[in-house]
Design a protein around this ligand. Structure first.
Ligand code: G4P
Length: 547
């Protein structure tokens, strides 16, 4: 019952070569950046280069937002944030690129972490004037923890900013990643004329060529490029060229040349200077992704055995999103395909319940666009409609059972109780809580003292609470009341230590839906005091991730 039809199996066998070809031409990545560094602008610029759109402004453009009636989008607009995480797939040359969107605000860093479990590479986008910002640092750490290779893009070079090498030093000093520029800017920040393409390591920094860009009106279309030899560039750009060429030599002298092995090992990062707004350097970003970023590879299952792309179908759910669009008020589970060919309509098994799962409604979603997906390959992101049983971290498979490790939860730092404003809505309220909990919108904590009518919600950032109350109202028609609790940190405990902890002043013990027991503390001093007084109690830090 839970294996795909014989027809699909036969096709997968016959199309082994095709599958390998499809895998080899895929690149799946996410952009990580501090809000305002230009992630949306870059996404549009990439789409423009891939001819998905004909003019910049079509995907995240203000006009588009205005016409969206979703309250969800209203909230995003009011807050200037992007909550709904989606994926854009486009073909570029012979390649298929999957760009997975990450939420911009740090309150949703747990979502970003989940997205980073679904990609093979990340583009770290930095504002040339601001350098590394807090959210860039946090997200970079997450990418590093996951062992994802990082390509660095220094954006907004068309605006006054810092010196090119100073920004590189900052990356090296603050995150210990060795930047190895592939392209250097010709012209200081604010006078962006083009890019110097560096030669291979053995050329000791000698430039390979000069790419000159021409501005287009409002940066709405692809910026035309002209290519020149270094000699021509020196004639044409004078000192701006000489400076860039000297910088290239300095970098080579310091050993900052691209090395594919070190890049894949997460020790170095190729750098490209760009202006997403003017479309300068955007083609170079795409080509770097294609040439250097890894194609989909193996993923270890729970037992540590690698599941390779040629294996039968398997996928990991990394994101559940509901209420993305008022016109389609439904719930989408996004899966990243790990192995095998996906065909819409195939019946797969949901590893967590052992139940068959029909994949009749499979979509790709980007912004407000939804397209039916008939076939997909490892590396691709597919949204499954109304897949209520699926939650982040779940596995879908065909053939023999496989299960991937769960995605760890972040340590929550904000706690509040939630209750329905009127008692008659209690049933819907409970249903909604279960739903939001399983989607991973917030963590839900319960204990006997507080009961089910006002569970405790635990979040990484307070904006997650806003999402809960907004969705309670719009999707479940329940008005709720939120009361913040005076706790700031949580520790994992166990059934043996729980009774003693619960007796302590200023401590409360809860069970999270995944079964973990959490003790909440008002501050770290209270925690330290209890640890000192009662060293035998189990009090372990929760997964340390982006903090
Ligand atoms: P985000 O998704 O990372 O939050 O950033 P977003 O693309 O929304 O860009 C933030 C601001 O930075 C926008 O300006 C955008 O136009 C600008 N920007 C992005 N890339 C570049 C670039 O390469 N050069 C310059 N000069 N600006 C860039 P805004 O004033 O907030 O919005 P808008 O009125 O321009 O749309």
């Amino acid at each position: 019952m839970n294996s795909p039809s014989a027809g699909i199996e036969a096709r997968a066998g016959a199309s082994g070569g095709k599958l390998a070809e499809e895998v080899a031409r895929r690149r799946t990545f996410a952009v990580i950046s501090h809000p305002d560094a230009g992630k949306s602008t870059l996404t549009e610029a990439l789409a423009l280069h891939a001819k998905v759109i004909s003019e910049a402004g079509a995907i995240h453009g203000k006009a588009g937002r205005k016409s969206t009636v979703s309250d969800w989008m209203e909230m995003e607009k009011a807050r200037g944030i992007s909550v709904s995480s989606t994926a854009l797939q486009f073909e570029y040359g012979d390649c298929v690129i999957n760009l997975v969107d990450t939420p911009g605000h740090s309150d949703f860093s747990e979502d970003t972490y989940r997205v980073l479990t679904a990609v093979d590479a990340a583009v770290m986008l930095i504002d040339a004037a601001k350098g590394l910002e807090p959210q860039t640092l946090k997200l970079f750490q997450v990418a590093r923890d996951r062992g994802i290779p990082v390509i660095t893009v220094i954006n907004k070079w068309d605006r006054p900013g810092r010196a090119p090498l100073e920004l590189l030093d900052e990356i090296l000093d603050r995150i210990g990643l060795t930047p190895t520029p592939l392209f250097l800017p010709v012209g200081i920040a604010g006078d962006f004329r083009g890019l110097l393409r560096r030669g291979p390591a053995e050329s000791e920094g000698a430039p390979a060529e000069y790419i000159h860009f021409t501005r287009t009106a409002g940066g709405a279309t692809i910026a035309p490029e002209e290519h020149y030899t270094p000699e021509q560039a020196a004639d044409q750009e004078g000192e701006a060229w000489t400076t860039a060429a000297e910088e290239s030599e300095l970098l080579s002298a310091a050993g900052q040349d691209h090395d594919q092995e070190l890049f894949l090992a997460g020790q170095t990062s190729p750098v490209i200077y760009a202006s997403a707004m003017l479309n300068f350097g955007v083609r170079q970003i795409l080509e770097t992704l294609i040439e250097l970023a890894p194609p989909p590879g193996p993923r270890a299952d729970l037992a540590g055995t690698p599941r390779v792309p040629a294996d039968p179908f398997s996928a990991v759910v990394f994101k559940v999103q509901a209420g993305m669009d008022a016109a389609h008020r439904d719930r989408l589970a996004f899966m990243r395909i790990v192995s095998g060919e996906f065909e819409r309509g195939m019946v797969v098994t949901h590893a967590q319940t052992g139940r068959p799962f029909a994949t009749k409604y499979a979509l790709t979603v980007f912004g407000r666009d939804r397209t039916t997906v008939d076939t997909a390959y490892p590396g691709d992101i597919v949204g499954l409609v109304n897949a209520t049983a699926l939650a982040p971290g779940h596995t879908l498979f065909s053939d023999k059972k496989v299960e991937f490790p769960p995605i760890p939860s972040f340590a929550p730092e904000h706690f509040a109780t939630l209750r329905a404003r009127t008692a008659d809505k209690y049933k819907q309220f409970r249903k909604a809580i279960d739903q939001l909990d399983s989607e991973g919108v917030v963590q839900v904590l319960r204990n006997d003292t507080r009961g089910d009518a006002s569970p405790v919600l635990a979040a990484v950032g307070p904006m997650q609470f806003e999402v809960v109350t907004a969705r309670m109202l719009t999707e479940f028609n329940v008005e709720t009341h939120l009361d913040f609790l005076p706790y700031q940190l949580a520790r994992r405990t166990d059934a043996t230590s729980a009774p003693e902890l619960a007796r302590q002043r200023g401590v409360e013990v809860f069970t999270r839906t995944d079964g973990a027991m959490l003790a909440l503390f008002g501050d770290k001093w209270r925690l330290q005091y209890i640890q000192k007084e009662m060293p035998a109690l189990t009090l372990e830090p929760l997964v340390a991730t982006a903090d």
